[in-house]
Design a protein around this ligand. Structure first.
Ligand SMILES: Nc1ncnc2c1ncn2[C@@H]1O[C@H](COP(=O)(O)OP(=O)(O)OP(=O)(O)O)[C@@H](O)[C@H]1O
Length: 466
């Protein structure tokens, strides 16, 4: 399988990927000034989130065996869970399954085990779904790892572990351990064995445990879960390690992939490693955002001065709820925030340079309405829910690491407004041919018109609010 993929450069990147996993501020996947890592953004969202995102979006289920009578579970009781797990779920105040849980849990718990590739938006209960399945599949009479769950970073693995510990609070016989850098030390050739039933870890360390130290037997793994599949697959080193690990597993090991988004590459990868998968995905139509009106402003002066003028015009005229402004780099975000401050506007700034405590404090203040404008990078592009955000400004059009228009990030960014069917506005700043062409590429991709707006004309701007 790996033969069909070019993994040659992967090894160089592995050290990069695993070396910084212990700290949020030293994300190895963060290329510094240009892009913020998706793993960091995802972690931040998870830490900040307080409740289930109650999405009205629909998912479609493609079963690998359409004649199978697998149903949709409307209640947790229907799933024949162990009473202690049910007690754990209720103590977490989960009264009924979320939409993705309704569809995924019957497939995850089916006998014989079914492979699954599942998509659902951030915060809709994916983690809880696969953690419940992991706990259900454990055979506590066997003192060795049977379930393996991979996360892109140490911190994300820990978030999953915390959910598992809560859910298993009445099931003390189920044991879990973290397989992340530094969590345990083993000597090569010693006969150490891991006795816990569940391993939650990062690919590099798990691979070491399996192959270098041989402290568990991958052939005894019955369920293999890849969390945040899109984040993992975006990093070549992680892909490579995951493939190597996957090759050690039994053919009939249950494979489960969860992700909020699947671009083509992620889906191709998923289908490569999973045989006969059931697929749960968002209906295509649900991915477009009809409730968000999209505009662009041609900034008359090229570069930052023109964009700055457009922003202050918008800000001055719109009696907006709140606004999030996305910049491409930390540097330009800091410059813009400084300039806005100098002009007397109270703005919040959030980039990968802040510590996790600072980030939470900034977002809490913004949520409370202490600032109306938040200037940020892609760090806030995903998952963060702040109801009052009515305007998103793409100060810079999102571009990927290959300098191509990044449609996926565009969708995530503008999705910070218009939450749950409310109406929202997205305004894109264009300051030359390149940014215009990039925006038109995005327009064609989503087949949704992005109209021109004259930011120098207060009447036109005011009309937007109506
Ligand atoms: N059935 C449920 N009822 C009530 N709350 C739930 C339910 N399932 C999950 N939650 C809560 O909803 C929040 C989001 O759930 P979860 O973290 O599982 O979402 P997710 O889809 O995995 O998010 P992400 O894409 O960020 O990983 C959590 O606070 C979780 O405790």
């Amino acid at each position: 399988m790996a033969d069909t993929v070019n993994w040659a450069e992967a090894v160089d990147q592995q050290e990069q990927v695993t070396s910084g996993v212990a700290g949020l501020n030293v994300s190895p996947a963060d290329p510094g000034d240009v892009e913020t890592s998706k793993a960091e953004a995802s972690l931040l969202t998870k830490i900040l989130r307080t409740k289930l995102v109650d999405n009205s979006n629909d998912v479609e289920v493609q079963q690998n065996d359409p004649t199978s009578p697998l149903y949709s579970a409307r209640s947790f009781e229907e799933l024949n869970l162990h009473p202690n797990l049910l007690k754990g779920i209720y103590s977490m105040k989960f009264n009924k399954p979320s939409k993705i849980q309704e569809k995924a849990l019957p497939l995850l718990l089916a006998d014989p085990p079914q492979n699954l590739i599942a998509q659902s938006q951030s915060g809709t209960g994916k983690t809880a779904a696969f953690v419940l399945a992991m706990l259900t599949r454990v055979d506590t009479s066997k003192p060795y790892p049977q379930i393996l769950c991979l996360s892109p970073t140490f911190d994300l693995a820990q978030q999953t572990g915390k959910v598992l510990q809560q859910m298993a609070q009445y099931s003390p016989e189920i044991k879990m351990t973290y397989a992340v850098r530094g969590s345990r030390t083993f000597q090569r050739g010693q006969n150490d064995k891991v006795t816990e039933h569940i391993l939650i870890g990062t690919a590099g360390t798990v691979l070491d445990w399996a192959v270098k130290f041989r402290v568990f037997d991958p052939k005894l793994i019955n369920m293999f879960v890849l969390d945040e599949a899109d984040v993992m697959i975006d990093t070549q080193g992680q892909q490579d390690q995951t493939i190597r690990l996957h090759k050690q597993l039994r053919r009939d090991c249950q494979h489960v992939l969860f992700s909020a988004t699947y671009n083509e590459e992620v889906m191709t990868f998923a289908k490569k490693i999973i045989s006969e998968p059931n697929i749960i995905h968002l209906k295509r139509s649900e991915e477009s955002l009809d409730n968000i009106k999209q505009y662009y402003v041609w900034c008359s002066a090229a570069g930052d001065e023109g964009k700055f003028a457009a922003l202050t015009n918008l800000y001055g005229v719109l009696t907006i709820g709140q606004c999030i402004v996305f910049c491409h780099t930390r540097k330009s975000a800091a410059w813009l925030a400084g300039k806005m401050n100098k002009e007397g506007h109270a703005v919040a700034l959030l980039t990968g340079q802040s510590t996790v405590e600072q980030r939470i404090a900034v977002l809490d203040r913004f949520r409370e309405g202490k600032e109306r404008l938040l200037i940020t990078t892609n760090l806030c592009a995903r998952g963060i829910d702040i109801d009052q955000v009515t305007l998103v400004v793409n100060y810079d059009i999102p571009m990927d690491v290959h300098h191509k228009p990044d449609c996926e990030t565009y969708l995530h960014r503008i999705g910070r407004t218009g939450r749950f069917g409310k109406s929202g506005l997205a305004v894109n700043f264009v300051d030359g041919r390149k940014s215009y062409d990039s925006l038109m590429f995005i327009q064609n991709h989503f087949k949704r018109e992005i109209q021109k707006l004259d930011a120098d004309d207060p009447d036109e701007i005011e009309k937007l609010q109506k």
